[in-house]
Design a protein around this ligand. Sequence first.
Ligand SMILES: [Cu+2]
Length: 180
Amino acid sequence: MNHRSLAPLLAALVAAPAALAHVSLEYQVAPADAGYKAAFKIGHGCGASPTRQVSVTIPAGVTGAKPMPKPGWSLEIERAKLAQPLTSHGRTVTEDVVRVTWTARTAADMLPNDQYDEFVLVARTPAKAGTIYWPVSQVCENGRLDWVDVPRDGRPAADLKSPAAALEILPAAGGGGHRH
Ligand SMILES: [Cu+2]
C-alpha cells in the first residue's frame, strides 16, 4: 500500500475524534415529512466533569417527538401550544413536544467524561427541505455546555464554537408513506 492511498485513511482517523467531540446527530440527513430517529451523541463531558443532564429543544416543524427512556435517568417532556394546530388520526392536535430533558438520577448514573453515550428520540421531520438545528444543553456536575450556535451570515459551521446539532432535510421522496 503506497503512502498516497494512506492519506484518506489518516484523514478519517484524525477526523474521527473531532466528530465525536461535539454533540452531533448520528444521522445528519433525512427526507422531509418522514419518521426520523434522532440519536444525539455525547462524546465528552465539561472538561473532566461528568454529564448529569441533556436537554434537547425540538426545532419548529418537527412533530410528535417521543424520547427513548434511559435507565438511571429521569425524563421530562415539555409541551407547548402549537401556533398552527395539526391533524393526527383525524384528531386535531393543539400542542406538541418542544423540549426533552434527561437527568441522571444519582451521581453514579452520570455519564463520565471518558465514556460515550447517545440520547435518542423519534419524531416526524418537517415538510420543507433545508437544514434544521437542534439546540442541546449539556449540564455537567461542574459547568455546562450549550450547543446552540447556528451558522449566520455565511459563516461556515466549522467556525462555530458551540454548534447546535444540524440535520439536513431533503425534499420528500414522493408517496408520503404512512401519515399520522
Ligand atoms: Cu466537543
